[in-house]
Design a protein around this ligand. Structure first.
Ligand SMILES: [Zn+2]
Length: 324
């Protein structure tokens, strides 16, 4: 029996069911805390918003989500546990740091002047995966790392090495962030070189470069999984739409990669900070909701020739294989 740590405790991997592998129930960019004077959100409101999102996913047949908010972006394990218990849903949270440009690199940047930050971050990740997060007893279930647009910074490389080390110690999967459809193959190569098991890696946001099949294949070459995990976010900083995503998924399935594709939305269901309602007035975010995979992508893939068994492989079988 293989078990994964959800925020409510260990759950057998074989019972996770249909899973969204990259969502955010609570997220805040570093800096939101400094704006505290200007905003206030009660925990009850955060829990209610998150629970409503989870109920939407549940009504579509999902029973698990990976809440991959990094440590430096408002990760809230106690709130996640409350949501998981209120909804009876599996929520798996992450340990790790965001990419340098939108994360909070100053702390470990400072420590790198006098300490081995690869060892320190690996120690943190292993502690959060095996003992719990900051005294809550809530354990992370997956590891998160990210890289910048067009390059991997020294800071990000340290995080990658720490992640590979923590994976070797715990067997936990690694979920990544790539920026603007770049660095997928490089990230996969560096992770594998650092000792990560490619069958336990999902290179994230690969759909940010969905029109470039060679980019997909060059990444898959390393044996990793790929996340088509920004579904619903259309024409945001690029010309990628859900129709393009689905066409590329079909092209990859035809080439035999059905077992290495993962679907999710990267939806944010609570923004820490002042109201972000205006963000949802942008045309690009019109369909960016936790419901998009269930209501548009799954029917669209069936229409393009996939079967229900194929969808179960994408949403259940591929997830289970992350734990071997
Ligand atoms: Zn994300």
């Amino acid at each position: 029996m293989t078990v994964v740590n959800t925020v409510s405790g260990p759950v057998e991997v074989s019972s996770l069911g249909r899973t969204l592998m990259h969502e955010h129930l609570v997220f805040g960019y570093p800096g939101h805390d400094g704006d505290r004077t200007m905003w206030r959100i009660d925990d009850d409101v955060l829990v209610a918003n998150a629970s409503a999102a989870v109920e939407t996913a549940k009504a579509q047949g999902f029973s698990t989500l990976f809440e991959v908010t990094p440590n430096d972006c408002g990760r809230s394990p106690l709130l996640l546990r409350q949501v998981a218990e209120e909804t009876g849903f599996n929520v798996i949270c992450a340990t790790g740091y965001y990419y340098e440009g939108e994360g909070a690199p100053a702390y470990f940047g400072f420590r790198s002047l006098f300490a081995d930050i690869v060892a320190e971050v690996a120690e943190l990740m292993v502690a959060e995966l095996t003992e719990g997060i900051a005294g809550t007893g809530i354990k992370a279930g997956v590891i998160k790392i990210g890289t910048s647009e067009g390059r991997i910074t020294d800071y990000e490389l340290a995080m990658i090495k720490a992640a590979a080390r923590a994976q070797q110690a715990t067997g936990a999967p690694i979920i990544t962030h790539t920026q603007s459809g770049t660095m997928g193959p490089d990230q996969a190569r560096v992770l594998v070189q650092a000792g990560a098991d490619p069958s336990k890696v999902i290179i994230g946001h690969m759909c940010g470069n969905a029109k470039d099949l060679d980019y997909q294949l060059a990444t898959l070459k390393y044996g990793v999984g790929i996340g088509f995990d920004r579904i619903g976010l259309n024409n945001m900083f690029n010309d990628i739409t859900d129709e393009v995503r689905m066409d590329t998924i079909m092209a990859l399935v035809e080439r035999g990669y059905r077992d290495r594709i993962f679907l999710s939305q990267d939806s944010v269901n609570n923004w820490l900070g002042r109201s972000a309602a205006g963000f949802y007035d942008l045309p690009a975010t019109e369909h960016w909701r936790i419901s998009r995979v269930g209501e548009h992508i799954l029917p669209g893939l069936l229409q393009r020739g996939l079967t229900e068994a194929d969808l179960d492989q994408l949403l259940v079988g591929n997830i289970a294989r992350l734990w071997g």
